[in-house]
Design a protein around this ligand. Structure first.
Ligand SMILES: [Zn+2]
Ligand SMILES: [Zn+2]
Length: 416
């Protein structure tokens, strides 16, 4: 299937003009074999560097794109961080004009960041349907331990070969499902923030993300049967979620409380023991179940009035005690203009019935849990390296990793 993203560019009913960098996504079995033809068609010439993860290098054997330079990164302990990007920037020959990213989400984040630094073109060749970030305009990086999004470039084109994507370990597509499942919570957060503070919202972007999420959920039986069409649908949905982020200019449509839970676990603050690492989508899958469950509990409250308290900032001492000295400065800086300060008790009480309606649109936590179970994905905190005892702490502190208005952040004003 070929996705022409130019249809998403231009003036929109939301009042804004959406700008797309990604011109097209080609998602088909065997399309890597046609790469030369595709690059020529889109006028992408010049000296190339292909950046691989070692696993992707093996998975694409016999289909490696022609490139004047190849950089293959060792996947052991590989993160999109200040270290790996420094390695790539150092090795990248100075006259390279195009980076071809061949691999998973991490390779893409490294490539898009380096392409931005060098101001060169970027083409995405995802080998796994593991995350929705292939098309993103920002890179999800861990920068000196702090999880943040840094400016980067979106790929001009995406070429996703389903023959390759089907062959990678099942846990990667499980991660992709967990990343897309997150959208139900993320979209509810966006609607709630729009309702409470009038934050900008684009109905068209919302619909794209909603459809992407539905597509993945419907594809689960096909994935289990190994059907090409199901793999294609999931990859397409992940690409569409990235397109939605491009239209928006940030990750608002695709990331809410469930992503903040994932980011918190990934950052490993002093007050949270993380026993082993897990993939991004595994953590957002678990995060989705936890957020959905907590929101069901809150939605059961008919009259929120008696439970509300005034806004109060988090004290510096509290930041330091939980996040530890290594992360405290960055977290304090992130929350300096706390978006929650714009929320009043009165407003929350007034719109609570509408918030409850929005929350009713999130699939039940048990449904999400069941879908994860069906594909054999991780679904408990313990499965992603964290004690289940840590749940209250996770719900309390995860919103602080990103200064974005979520209902989880509003919980600071709800004592229930
Ligand atoms: Zn719009
Ligand atoms: Zn994600």
């Amino acid at each position: 299937m070929i996705l022409d993203s130019t249809v998403y560019s231009g003036p929109c009913s939301c009042g804004r003009e959406h700008r797309m960098v990604t011109r097209a996504a080609i998602i088909e079995p065997g399309c890597l074999n046609r790469l030369e033809e595709i690059l020529a068609e889109y006028g992408i010439g010049g000296k190339r560097c292909a950046l691989y993860g070692a696993n992707a290098y093996a998975a694409t054997a016999g289909r490696h794109p022609r490139a004047e330079q190849e950089i293959v990164l060792d996947p052991a302990g590989l993160h999109a961080d200040e270290k790996s990007t420094a390695v790539v920037l150092e090795r990248l020959e100075p006259d390279v004009e195009v980076i071809l990213a061949v691999g998973s989400g991490t390779i893409h984040d490294i490539a898009r960041f380096c392409a931005h630094e060098r101001k060169i073109r970027f083409v995405a060749l995802p080998t796994a349907a593991s995350v929705d970030g292939f098309c993103s305009t920002v890179a999800a990086m861990t920068w000196y331990g702090f999880k943040k999004t840094l400016p980067a470039v979106a790929p001009e084109i995406v070429v996703a070969d389903i023959d390759v994507i089907k062959k990678v370990p099942m846990e990667l597509i499980r991660s992709g499902v967990g990343d897309i499942m997150a959208k139900y919570v993320a979209l509810a957060e966006w609607k709630i923030a729009h309702l409470v503070t009038g934050e900008y919202l684009c109905p068209r972007i919302m619909e794209i993300v909603r459809q992407a999420a539905d597509t993945v959920m419907e594809s689960i039986p096909g994935i289990l049967e190994g059907q090409d069409a199901a793999y294609e649908s999931v990859t397409y949905a992940l690409v569409m979620s990235g397109i939605a982020m491009q239209m928006m200019g940030n990750s608002r449509p695709a990331s809410g409380a469930e992503h903040h839970i994932s980011h918190l676990i990934e950052m490993g603050p002093a007050g949270l023991e993380v026993r082993f690492p897990a993939m991004h989508g595994e953590k957002t899958g678990v995060g989705s179940v936890l957020a959905a469950r907590e929101y069901e509990r809150l939605a059961a409250i008919e009259d929120i009035g008696p439970y509300l308290k005034d806004y109060a900032p988090v004290s510096e001492a509290e930041y330091r005690a939980f996040f530890g000295e290594k992360l405290a400065e960055a977290i304090i800086r992130e929350n300096r203009d706390d978006c929650l300060a714009a929320v009043s008790k009165q407003k929350l009480a007034e719109v609570w019935p509408e918030i409850r309606e929005i929350l009713a649109g999130i699939p039940k936590a048990e449904t999400l849990y069941g879908l994860l179970e069906q594909i054999g994905a991780k679904r408990e905190l313990e499965d992603v390296g964290v004690s289940s005892q840590a749940l209250p702490v996770i719900l309390k502190y995860s919103p602080l990793v990103r200064n974005r208005l979520t209902l989880m952040r509003m919980r600071r004003m709800i004592e229930a």
